[in-house]
Design a protein around this ligand. Structure first.
Ligand SMILES: [Zn+2]
Length: 521
């Protein structure tokens, strides 16, 4: 195992040198020399592994997580920022507020009158759907109170959203403060209903499903913003039962509040600031685990590559980003892109994303920039197809199979694509299942998840495939270096000068042919 791994490392990093040195030499203002190639070749993977151990150590200290809004993330951020400053980058720690939510223990709901009855809860991880479930961003509380029905439609109307229960403040005209509001799904958001209930003096809110076919199960709702009273969803059956009148004991154990977290952005001092080549990885984990593959892998590889490149004068400006709150909906990258002025945004010529690059049962997936797979989302902005081609060339040179992965919006390229910036990147698979075809290409086990520890406590340093990590660290370094020196970057301008693009790809291919003999010795 170890020997195979070292072979993979050697080959991947040899190709980095080949990819980067040859094609840039003809055009670059200041091309990287053999010394720089060696710097990356011999230093990067050792550094990646060291960074992964550091992130694991952070999680071990801070209760097993590096999630946005926790001390584990703050420590990860400080670690990355310090390494980048030492490597010569201008580092910006960009703070932003976001709604933090955690359910600390399983909720309780019981009817204390007319007759005692305990309802089955839904555990915090959402598994085993019960009679009721705490809504995300529910407040914390422990109350015993009589219920008061709010504008219910029972039996339910013929179509969804016949009910407007709790959507208007007027629904609470006769509401007695201190009671629990019993609400029905329909017409407006759970947040509107919960906020109106809170404003009317309710000590908690139970929102039951509306009752039409397909709308009877316990809703696992997300309020989206912190609410201070306990808010749970309940099945239609429970709602119907409680609507006849009851006193209920409801207890939720949550943290639901606005917290501050930050992105880390690092600019190289070199190159044309009007031609920015940007690469990013999310640094936050989920609350349930240390997030070493997701996404310590992309974060550590990007950091090692940035460190290796910090002292190299380049033609274009390199910028690296470590996003926070990706796991809560790409919040950090969205904040960054939305707060760019039009001028600053137009300087970013391309964005490369690295999220989960060393899954234990990996597939080597390249974001489908040209929509050649014809699935899911359409092609990326102009230039995305060329980025995909560059990564394909890299793997091809190694005689290493690869396949495509859709721009399905599940990582931080999303806001860049929305802003029309050429995008691409790598992914080795998450909770999805490896196909037989992929097992033939990459080894591993078909019919099993790419990462069985996805979003779990077992996503530790043992949840890393070293071969995938080595190959993809090489790919990240190669892409950064190729674009750092390319006179014409992918995108609309490049389309006007196809000859320059073709020349660069041909140079890579030529180098590959020459290299092939050496690899196979
Ligand atoms: Zn991720």
């Amino acid at each position: 195992m170890r020997t195979v791994m070292r072979g993979g490392v050697y080959r991947a990093l040899t190709v980095v040198a080949a990819l980067t040195l040859a094609p840039v030499a003809a055009h670059a203002d200041a091309a990287p020399g053999p010394a720089e190639g060696r710097l990356i070749g011999f230093g990067a993977l050792t550094a990646v592994k060291e960074h992964l151990r550091a992130l694991q150590a952070v999680a071990d200290i801070y209760h097993g997580t590096r999630a946005a809004g926790t001390r584990g993330h703050d420590a990860s951020r400080d670690y990355v920022a310090a390494k980048l400053r030492a490597a010569g980058y201008q580092v910006t720690v960009q703070p932003f507020d976001f709604p933090f939510y955690q359910e600390r223990s399983t909720a309780l709901m019981e009817r204390v009158a007319p007759a005692h009855k305990v309802y089955t809860p839904t555990p915090p991880d959402g598994s085993g759907l019960g009679d009721f479930a705490t809504m995300s961003y529910s407040g914390r509380g422990d109350v015993i109170a009589a219920l008061q029905n709010v504008d219910l439609v029972l039996p339910p109307g013929p179509t969804p959203s016949t009910s407007t229960s709790g959507c208007e403040a007027a629904d609470f005209a006769g509401f007695t403060p201190g009671k629990i509001a019993l609400l029905q799904r329909g017409t407006c958001t759970f947040l509107v209903k919960a906020r109106n209930a809170q404003a009317a003096g309710a000590v908690a809110a139970i929102i039951f499903n509306e009752g039409q076919p397909g709308r009877t199960a316990t809703p696992q709702g997300n309020l989206g913003e912190p609410v201070s009273i306990p808010v749970v969803g309940a099945s239609f059956a429970v709602g119907q039962e409680l609507a006849t009148g009851a006193t209920v004991h409801l207890k939720t154990d949550t943290i639901s509040e606005v917290r501050t977290t930050s992105n880390v952005i690092a600019d190289s001092p070199w190159g044309d600031p009007n031609k920015v080549v940007m690469s990013g990885a999310h640094l936050d984990s989920v609350l349930e685990g240390p997030g070493i593959n997701d996404n310590g892998s992309g974060s550590a590889a990007l950091l090692a590559v940035a460190e290796a490149l910090g002292k190299i004068p380049t033609r274009n400006r390199l910028r690296f980003a470590w996003w926070s709150a990706e796991e809560l909906g790409l919040l950090g990258s969205k904040f960054y892109v939305e707060h760019l002025t039009p001028a600053r945004r137009s300087r970013i010529k391309l964005y490369l994303n690295y999220d989960m690059i060393a899954s234990p049962n990996y597939a080597l997936k390249i974001y489908d920039g040209d929509d050649s797979d014809a699935t899911g989302e359409p092609a990326g902005p102009p230039g995305s197809a060329e980025i995909e081609k560059l990564f394909e060339s890299y793997y091809d040179l190694l005689h290493q199979g690869h396949n495509g992965t859709d721009f399905d919006g599940r990582s931080d390229y999303g806001p860049f694509i929305a802003a029309g910036i050429a995008s691409g990147g790598l992914f080795t698979g998450g909770e999805g299942i490896k196909t037989a075809q992929e097992a033939a290409l990459f080894g591993g086990t078909a019919g099993q998840p790419y990462d069985a520890c996805y979003h779990k406590a077992c996503d530790t340093t043992t949840n890393i495939n070293d071969r995938a990590l080595a190959l993809n660290t090489g790919a990240i370094a190669a892409a950064a270096l190729v674009y750092a020196f390319k006179p014409v970057l992918p995108g609309p301008a490049a389309a006007a000068e196809p000859a320059a693009e073709t020349a660069a790809i041909t140079a890579i291919a030529d180098t590959g042919a020459e290299l092939r003999g050496r690899i196979k010795r």
